[in-house]
Design a protein around this ligand. Sequence first.
Ligand code: DX5
Ligand code: ZN
Length: 227
Amino acid sequence: MKKTIYIEPSLIAADWARMGEEAKSCYDAGIEILHLDVMDGHFVPNLTMGPALVAAIRKAVPKMILDVHLMIYNPDDYVEQFIQAGADEITFHLEATEEVEHVLSYIRVTGKKAGLAIKPETTETLLLKYLDKADKLLIMTVEPGFGGQEFLPDMLEKVSFLRENATKLGIEIDIQVDGGINFETGRKSVEAGATRLVTGSHFFKQKDRAKAVAQYNELKAIGKLKK
Ligand code: DX5
Ligand code: ZN
């Protein structure tokens, strides 16, 4: 697998009173992609950011890639607003809409990357039919809604199942894991075939963020080693 491994701090775990500086500090530490968790209080029992905060983060870090993770029902109602706000990638949940293919193509036709996510209780086989219609698959490795939860190791089987099936079809799709990621669970996820690691509480509690990025970057070597 030739794909590069990316580490993506999730701003859900940042200091919200200093969100702009937190985003800049990730950039200064060598991070290229920020993960923005959007929650609607219905699809998940929590409320976080909307297009206005995404636009503020966009302004603060114009050179970074903003990866917006919509944990909301009827994501197509908000795709346009998040793109206007500056999102580079939009990931939504299979469980949140009946119009999966429409939303994927709607995001892609605007030139942005489209991701499809599943909750821990959703079977990964439902994603097979979208392998050639999405730019990224997101496997939730915790119950969506809150940062700081324990990693669910059973989710690794989903990562390897999807990686094996994508490779069989000659598809080099990104597979992202989100929830409870640290150096150890990140390593296990890359070994299973993940290429995008979302890390919230583990990353933001590090004293030296540049050092943490360097430690996470060591996992990139595993990605290259895989066939
Ligand atoms: C859950 C959130 C979290 C967040 C990462 O809905 O999506 O998974 O991104 O938070 P940590 O790394 O603290 O689990
Ligand atoms: Zn997320």
